[in-house]
Design a binder for this molecule. Structure first.
Ligand SMILES: NC(=O)c1ccc[n+]([C@@H]2O[C@H](COP(=O)([O-])OP(=O)(O)OC[C@H]3O[C@@H](n4cnc5c(N)ncnc54)[C@H](O)[C@@H]3O)[C@@H](O)[C@H]2O)c1
Length: 286
């Protein structure tokens, strides 16, 4: 039987590199999917056999779609594990003033740079869309079950005032896995997120590293603990796993505020299903 195949985005550095290396050591064939050609190629070379580098910009749908096609073919027509991990911090501050140069020729305020939303959230949703497609086509090669993991953040459970868009993108991942996780597991695809606290990586501004107290650092081993929990259980889905210091915590949705909200959340599904039996026809104002 062929080996299972994993794709990890942002695998040239930090958490992605550690997860890719871990999966490789567990017998996966691993695709290092990375924007940076130097770190991506180096990571694949270091792993050696059963690893390859495919350059991708996950913020571009065609680029990510090409990554999936190439990875599936390289893996012998199977994909088993996808870690949507690539992420960036905000590229423009929401709090910036509206200076003259931020207004276009018509006098309209230029849009905020929302690159962090594209990389951290939209690419993750498209990644789940693509992964599901290829898992369904992996049966003949010995696959057909899948594990999707996205890297959210502790900022996706709490908040980070310095990075409001980043915070919104990481909350978005939490919503995605909670909504899609219970559905896709029915066909053997688990959907989970990890929510790391502070792990020193390429993402952290270098200025803060010397100031950060050691007791508030989460070791990389904690991220791998969460990956092992996901690998070990084919029924573990819709989980948002917080990583802090040496521990992993399975974080639940907020409590129902009253009986009415509990009913809507837990018992109205069959009514909702009636409204979504086919793609809803709605007025299109686009
Ligand atoms: N380090 C932390 O403390 C921490 C905490 C919470 C969440 N996270 C999340 O962990 C994930 C990994 O970050 P990290 O800390 O390992 O940082 P990192 O900067 O070391 O690694 C991120 C990698 O993603 C790559 N990348 C960036 N944009 C990309 C794109 N458009 N397409 C493909 N690759 C791209 C970068 O080149 C880099 O190699 C991110 O989603 C980040 O938001 C990190």
């Amino acid at each position: 039987m062929s080996k299972p195949v994993a794709v990890v985005t942002g695998a040239g550095s930090g958490i992605g590199l550690a997860v890719a290396t871990h999966l490789h050591s567990k017998g996966f064939r691993v695709v290092i999917a990375e924007l940076n050609p130097t770190t991506g190629a180096e990571a694949a070379k270091k792993l050696g056999d059963n690893a390859t580098f495919i350059q991708v910009d996950v913020a571009s749908y065609p680029s990510q779609a090409r990554l999936f096609k190439q990875a599936y073919e390289w893996g012998g027509n199977r994909l088993d594990f996808f870690h949507a991990n690539a992420g960036i911090d905000d590229r423009q501050m929401l709090y910036d003033g509206t200076e003259k140069e931020e207004v276009d020729a018509e006098g309209l305020v230029k849009p905020l740079n929302t690159k962090s939303m594209q990389v951290n959230l939209e690419a993750v949703i498209q990644g789940l869309w693509l992964f599901k497609y290829y898992v369904r086509r992996s049966k003949e090669a010995g696959g057909g079950k899948g594990k999707f993991v996205a890297t959210s953040s502790a900022a996706g459970l709490y908040f980070m005032t310095q990075n409001p868009q980043y915070t919104a993108s990481k909350y978005g991942i939490v919503g995605l896995v909670r909504a899609a996780g219970p559905i896709l597991v029915k066909e053997g695809i688990t959907v989970n997120a990890i929510c790391p606290a502070f792990i020193p990586t390429g993402l952290c501004p270098p200025e803060i590293l010397p100031l950060w107290p050691k007791e508030h650092i989460t070791p990389m081993a904690t991220a791998l603990k969460a990956i092992d929990a996901i690998l070990a259980d084919d029924t573990l889905t819709a989980e948002t796993i917080e990583l802090s210091q040496e521990n992993i915590y399975f974080r639940k949705c907020v409590d129902w505020v009253n009986e009415s909200q509990r009913w809507i959340g837990e018992e109205s599904q069959s009514i909702w299903d009636l409204g979504y039996q086919k793609v809803p026809e709605r007025p299109n104002f686009e």
